[in-house]
Design a protein around this ligand. Structure first.
Ligand code: TRP
Ligand code: ZN
Length: 867
């Protein structure tokens, strides 16, 4: 398959289905030689559409029989379709197919993982289970019966409610489930396996009882309580913030070790990557605990935003994903730390979405075409989509936003709808005119807002002139951009009455502030009120003032990031020209003040403020990237800070010790984060004392946050030999080799190392027994993480590119979704020099020319090559 033969699907071609499927009755017989699926579909012709034959979707199905109302009829099967002609307007179609889940390495459809069977149907996996109209606007009520060996697969689950179960001949048993809610096929799920279960109940605001259950591989029950608590908190939060109650009698979560993505919101039967369920203080970090909270919440929130109201077709993916990410972000902010939550969201957006939006895979949050839909589960659809929802809330306010959500559910509960429908509900509830705002759904690219400030002492007025541009937009029409601002006096005081949300709607527009005694310092784009690049000619002193005094913690942090960015980019140019970088005092002095005032500022905030912008984020700001110089410059600034602030770092390191028993609480997590930032800086001194400090933290830690932070610091040490580094890596593996998720950390800490021999290490690790090309988590930890290691992946000799090409090719047949995600490592290849580009092109062409290339990989590679 290549892009010449795979069709491009266009949003403009959407037509409603020619048939409805009102009821689905499925029977699964799971056996060693394959699974037999009998399906009975209650079909009804859509009389609003021209009469058409029934064309069902299917993939890799061995069709054993087909009847219509009990009669055999002729039908035509091709590679991906089954056609039946001349059907009555209503009928029951029965098919029997055989599938081979044990050989399903794509992890889409029904597949085996260790000792169980699991499903993943979004986006188009259901067609790998049975013949169907596999599109989200076809919604049906399902009953499912599962049959399997009782001893090997004691647990049999499907969506909805258990209605009957029993034993049958030859040691087999069966279970029948009914899901009363109409749903699209992508929300279908079944599970068969030997699993332990943690149970609880939740009573909803209106007094209904929901049975909760988390199923995991035997022996892992002690790693489930955090996820259960997260589920209960999510349920409560959605009632309080959005008035949304759980509609189910049973809400089940099943954790599986082999999973392409994070988790899946199947109705009443979520299936999760173990990474987002399992946690215990000694195996999971503070960040892991927080991610579990957010992913559990995300999938639960989908029950309303995604399941009760779903997408008309896959172009509308951001309708459910952008909105649900926004909801899980808000939940995480309420549960943990609103200030640092926003900072981390923006860090992620800049690291993943801005580069995507500037590269060959750029697309609007609602794409207009695709070849393979799985390639569009992206940072743009998810993270930028969430930013667009957040802008709606910023423009109309929290109360109107809540009213808009109520209106959305009042209008569309039980329907498959579009992004316009969502925005129309928001408009109806608020009276706000969103016509210009819709551009955010249609244009790719990150807009750039350039701001100029002018103070006129005569009139005591300050004029901000904002201009916008977007290099990637296909038309020149301006966006509606909410820009939150405030003005500060030179004393650092916020000027009363200066807090405003400007609505930039023209290409260039001025806003006047009156009654000012002197030229103020503007704080622009507070709380990151729009996903744009913002340009203003700040002086270092102005930035230092904002870092010290801005009460909007995002913009305080942002001021520090701007200071650091200028220093690193200037140093990059110096290093590239063979000169020594210079470090002006402003940033160092600001960092010293942050460390001295950490108690008032909050340790978590200070930890974020002392974390320099990442290399990938910085690279986006350069026309041509010299990855070695950039890497050297960033590290040189870290070393400079370590030298200048050694006393502060070691003093705080000692002072921030947590003495209470571990809890992933806001307070403790903040202390650990800052203490480990201090440790990281101390290791920049590259002396034996700092290595011993890290080694002793590694050895004494009673929690994974501290143990892993010490390991990560040591894994970057360049000195050879460095016995502490070698010992820590060896001990960590010895200690945790039987905890798959911790082994992933061990792989990733090596693939993301700054050390020059990282590629050799990664290559060696691909042959280590801990690595498994069939397990997505392992591939992401070792290979994809290496692709994000700027200096090492973009090695001048092309060795990183050649390695990645090999891995993409090795995975192409086995798991195209994962292979395609690896291929995305090449996205920014045109930002490098001619020598590197030649190597990258050769690697991309090698992939392109591989026989039997999946359409997932073909689409990514052909876009990268400019086809
Ligand atoms: N809808 C899932 C989520 O919230 C995403 C997902 C899980 C997915 N597994 C997938 C998407 C496999 C495509 C393929 O976030
Ligand atoms: Zn989602």
């Amino acid at each position: 398959m290549n892009t010449d033969t795979a069709p491009t699907i266009y949003l403009k071609d959407y037509t409603p289905p020619a048939w409805w499927i009102d009821r689905v009755d499925l029977d699964f017989v799971i056996a060693a030689d394959g699974t037999t699926v009998t399906s009975r579909l209650a079909l009804r012709r859509n009389l609003e559409q021209p009469a058409q034959p029934l064309v069902l979707d299917g993939e890799e199905l061995d069709t054993l029989s087909l009847t219509v109302d009990g009669q055999e009829v002729p039908f035509l099967v091709t590679e991906r379709t089954l056609t039946v002609d001349a059907l009555p307007d209503q009928c029951t179609l029965q098919t029997v197919v055989r599938i081979q889940p044990d050989r399903n390495t794509r992890l889409s459809g029904l597949y085996r993982s260790r000792d169980g069977y699991f499903t993943q149907c979004e986006a188009q996996g259901f067609r790998r289970i049975t013949w169907f109209l596999d599109r989200p606007d076809v919604m049906s009520v399902y009953t499912v019966t599962l049959h399997a060996d009782k001893a090997t697969f004691p647990v049999l689950l499907a969506n909805g409610n258990p209605v009957a179960a029993g034993d049958e001949a030859n040691g087999k048993h069966w279970a029948k489930w009914e899901d009363p809610f109409k749903k699209p096929a992508y929300l279908f799920a079944v599970v068969a396996g030997k699993l332990d279960v943690l149970r609880d109940t939740f009573t909803t605001a209106s007094g209904r009882t929901v049975q909760l259950a988390i199923y995991v591989e035997p022996g892992k029950l002690d790693q489930c309580p955090h996820a259960m608590a997260a589920l209960e908190k999510s349920m409560k939060w959605d009632e309080e913030r959005f008035g949304l109650e759980c509609d189910l009698d049973h809400y089940m979560i099943v954790a599986v070790g082999d999973f392409n993505m994070g988790a899946m919101e199947n109705k009443g039967l979520n299936i999760f990557n173990t990474k987002y369920v399992l946690a215990r203080p000694d195996v999971a970090t503070d960040v892991d605990f927080e991610n579990i909270d957010r992913v559990v919440a995300h999938e639960y929130f989908h029950n309303w935003t995604g399941n009760r109201v779903t997408c008309r077709e896959w172009f509308q993916l951001s309708l459910k994903e952008g909105l649900t990410v926004f909801r899980d972000q808000e939940f995480g902010a309420d549960l943990h730390n609103r200030q640092t939550a926003r900072i981390r969201e923006v860090r992620t957006l800049r690291a993943a979405q801005f580069p995507e939006d500037a590269g060959p895979m750029a697309h609007p949050i609602r794409p207009e075409s695709y070849i393979e839909i799985n390639n569009f589960y992206t940072a743009t659809v998810y993270e930028k989509g969430a930013e667009v929802i957040r802008m709606i809330q910023t423009l109309i306010g929290r109360d109107a936003f809540r009213a808009g959500m109520d209106e959305y559910f009042r209008r569309h509960d039980g329907q498959a709808v579009t992004c316009e429908d969502f925005v129309a509900a928001m408009a109806a509830a608020s009276g706000f005119d969103f016509s210009q705002f819709m551009r955010w759904y249609r244009q790719p690219g990150t807009p750039k807002v350039t701001v100029d400030g002018h103070f006129d002492p005569e009139s005591r007025s300050y004029t901000l002139t904002l201009s916008q541009s977007n290099a990637k937009a296909s038309d020149e029409q301006p966006y509606l951009i909410p820009v939150r601002v405030a003005l500060f006096a030179e004393s650092g005081a916020l000027l009363p009455g200066s807090e405003r949300t400007l609505q930039l709607t023209a290409s260039s527009q001025s806003f006047v502030f009156n009654d000012l005694a002197a030229e103020p310092v503007p704080s622009l784009l507070r709380d990151f009120s729009a996903p744009v690049y913002l340009d203003f000619a700040y002086s270092p002193e102005q930035l230092a003032l904002l870092l010290a005094h801005e009460s909007d913690s995002f913009n305080a942090w942002e001021a520090g990031q701007r200071l650091a960015t200028t220093l690193i980019l200037d140093a990059t140019a110096e290093i590239a020209a063979g000169r020594q970088p210079q470090w002006p005092e402003t940033f160092t002095a600001a960092c010293r003040r942050l460390l001295q005032t950490q108690a008032e500022r909050g340790a978590a905030f200070v930890a974020e403020a002392l974390t320099l912008p990442g290399e990938g984020t910085l690279a986006e700001l350069l026309a041509e990237v010299n990855p070695e110089a950039l890497h050297a410059a960033r590290n040189a600034l870290r070393r400079h800070l370590a030298e200048q602030l050694e006393g502060e770092f070691s003093g705080l390191y000692a002072a921030l010790t947590v003495n209470e028993p571990y809890a992933p609480s806001r307070e403790q997590a903040g202390r650990r984060a800052l203490r480990n930032v201090c440790l990281g800086y101390l290791l920049e001194l590259a002396d034996a004392a700092s290595y011993r400090l890290a080694a002793s933290q590694f050895a004494q830690a009673d929690n994974m946050t501290d143990q892993f932070a010490a390991l990560a610091a040591l894994a970057n040490v360049n000195a050879d030999p460095c016995p502490q580094r070698e010992q820590a890596l060896a001990d960590f593996y010895a200690q945790w080799q039987h905890e798959a998720l911790v082994v992933d950390k061990w792989l990733q800490v090596q693939s993301t190392s700054r050390r020059p021999d990282t590629l050799a290490t990664v290559k060696a690790l691909t042959a280590h027994p801990a690595f498994d090309l069939g397990n997505p988590n392992k591939v992401y930890a070792l290979i994809r993480a290496f692709g994000a290691n700027l200096a090492r992946f973009h090695a001048a000799d092309g060795s990183g590119y050649a390695f990645m090409a090999e891995q993409v090719i090795a995975l192409n047949d086995r798991n195209p979704q994962v292979a395609s995600r690896l291929a995305r490592s090449f996205d920014r290849w045109k930002k490098f020099d001619a020598g590197r580009q030649a190597h990258a092109r050769a690697a991309l062409e090698r992939i392109r020319d591989h026989a039997g290339l999946s359409r997932d990989v073909a689409e990514v590679v052909s876009r990268a090559l400019g086809g």
